[in-house]
Write a protein that binds this ligand. Sequence first.
Ligand code: GLP
Length: 243
Amino acid sequence: MIRIYKEDNYEQMSQRAADLILAQILLKPDCVLGLATGSTPIGLYEKLVEYYNNNRVDFSQVRTVNLDEYKGLDPNHPQSYHYFMNQNLFSKVNIDENNINLPNGMEEDSMKACAEYDVVIENLGGIDIQLLGIGHNGHIAFNEPAEYFTKGTNCVALTKSTIEANSRFFASPDEVPKYAYTMGIASIMKAKRILLVVNSKEKADIMKEAFLGNITPKVPASILQTHPDVIIVGDSEALRDFE
Ligand code: GLP
């Protein structure tokens, strides 16, 4: 089932999404949050930090598991997803660092890195709410369009369009890592609830394709149509084709 919150702008989208995460933490203080990177969730992380500063939420028991990490970037690299999460959330709230989980981008052995992360996900005992963004080609986490839906954590060769899109954070496209470790689609689908955030008119076409079109691994996000509990929070531009 898909519920849609169509908000007027990015600010309100971020507010709504942060409220849903706040509600999750209030209901279950030791919940497992599946977290995402990208520019879309930055505003909602800001709101969560604001809630923390106003004593409205306590992260001390919260456990987190992130979707993905570039292969080859160490946690202190400014473009690594470890760094992103520290900058935008972890260093600003009272989360216990032992409760934070991301794939190990520095593990060169891909099979090992992926197997280890699957164990991490398994040991958490289920993701209560998984935050997602969506790529321009319909990718979720780093699961790129493919012939089949991925299962567990996998090492992906990033597509040209993803490298180009993400090059805005690097000095040049050549510096964007070519590979990433990502949680698989089946693992994402096991989350009890999915919270997808999306903004801007550039995402309107892919949103239509993913949620009003056919379910196909060529548009990885389309599988979410079969998930029992999806909440989409977007601005009116991205959700142009939705009621
Ligand atoms: C990256 C991330 C995804 C994210 C996507 C969209 O490739 N791996 O998790 O959803 O980009 O990013 P943005 O929100 O910046 O458009």
